[in-house]
Design a protein around this ligand. Structure first.
Ligand code: GDP
Length: 361
């Protein structure tokens, strides 16, 4: 199975040296304003060198850092915790130069953020698909999130990525609620077919839509679709669900039922980076509602029913990258994909170091 060359892997990130991997940074640096003073510019005059760093030395630096992180959309509580962890690492360090201090703060922050952004589960979807297929079943991903965040577009981008990686995909239309939802999926599938099936000379289709119209029970449709996929040799099922406001109890119950009954391998929450902390609130409420309705996430987790995040519209947020950190911190679940535009190829993995760089600007 050939990986998509345009799709960055976490391993690439590990090997990347500072100053390299410009393309990977695009996602967070595309629109940064030039001429900003930045975090380091604002603390340069408040620091005394040539002695081990004391709590008192650190206080103004950390206070500035905290404000700076909050201004980048990191939730207040998380900014405070990040600063505490940076303080623990820096206290007592002997720093003689401005460059040295800058390096220490950057490394300490990078380490803490990397830990947040690389949570408990190292998710390798293609490997998981292989394992599931070897056991004779398709790999099932359920997409949830509120309307308008880019759920269907990013479902289509992920389908494109799976197709590039040689998978046969069945999209199951379980948004039986919103008029036009099924037609929207059909349009995406039609476009993906023309990209990926153009030259297969009448061979087996690579991507198809399973739909049963509107107003029906989404749990049953998902079940039928997954069974159809298993019998017809599809390797991955992508289940679209109704974009519901997390306050809508009947709709949340329906989603919880779909998840409980069909036991997907991955439940992805799709949220948009653009709305920052509002996306974090959506995620928290969604997750709580699913847990309250009896869902359990990865490894039967009682903490998170969601076991992965897709963060869309990352190309539109300037350097306000805080939502990425807050979402992972709160759920302990990884950001599996980042949407960075409107074409099918505009999908990336989150580069934690690029996030740190954007935060330090
Ligand atoms: P849904 O209602 O959640 O299914 O949202 P759609 O998939 O219909 O997307 C809503 C709008 O967001 C569309 O105009 C998409 O092209 C746009 N969109 C989706 N993902 C991205 C992204 O990563 N970046 C940008 N700039 N736009 C996006």
């Amino acid at each position: 199975m050939q990986p998509d060359l345009d799709f960055e892997t976490s391993d690439d990130d590990e090997d990347e040296e500072d100053g390299e991997g410009e393309e990977q940074e695009e996602a967070v640096q595309q629109q940064q304003t030039s001429g900003k003073k930045g975090f380091f510019g604002s603390i340069v005059s408040s620091f005394a060198y040539n002695k081990p760093l004391s709590k008192a030395d650190l206080e103004p630096i950390l206070s500035t850092l905290r404000d700076h992180l909050i201004a980048k959309n990191v939730a207040v509580e998380i900014a405070t915790r990040l600063c505490d962890s940076v303080a623990t690492k820096l206290e007592g360090q002997h720093v003689n130069t401005w460059t040295g201090l800058k390096g220490f703060v950057r490394n300490a922050l990078e380490e803490s953020i990397l830990r947040i952004l690389s949570p408990n589960r190292n998710l390798n979807i293609l490997r998981e698909v292989q394992v599931k297929n070897d056991a004779g079943s398709p790999y099932v991903i359920v997409f949830c999130g509120v309307n308008g965040v880019g759920k269907s577009t990013n479902l289509a981008k992920i389908a494109n990525w799976l197709l590039v990686n040689g998978q046969r995909v069945l999209v199951i239309a379980c948004d039986t609620f919103r008029a036009g939802a099924i037609e929207q999926l059909r349009t995406h599938i039609h476009a993906l077919k023309s990209i990926h099936e153009g030259d297969n000379g009448g061979g087996a289709s690579k991507i198809d839509l399973f739909e049963k119209g509107y107003g029906k029970d989404s749990t049953g449709i998902a079940m039928e679709g997954i069974r159809y996929a298993a019998n017809s040799g599809y390797q991955v099922c992508l289940v679209d669900t109704a974009g519901r406001m997390q306050g809508n109890e009947p709709l949340m119950k329906q989603l919880a039922k779909l998840i409980k009954v069909n036991e997907p391998d991955l439940t992805l929450f799709v949220g948009e980076a653009l709305v920052g902390n509002e996306a974090v609130d959506q995620l928290v409420n969604f997750n709580k509602s699913l847990l309250d309705n009896g869902c359990r996430g990865a490894q039967n987790s009682a903490v998170s029913a969601i076991n992965g995040i897709v963060l869309t519209k990352f190309d539109t947020i300037d350097d306000q990258v805080g939502a990425a950190i807050s979402m992972t911190y709160i759920t302990g679940q990884p950001i599996v994909f980042v949407g960075v535009g409107q074409t099918y190829r505009d999908l990336k993995q989150l580069n934690a170091r690029a996030v740190v760089r954007a935060l330090m600007k």
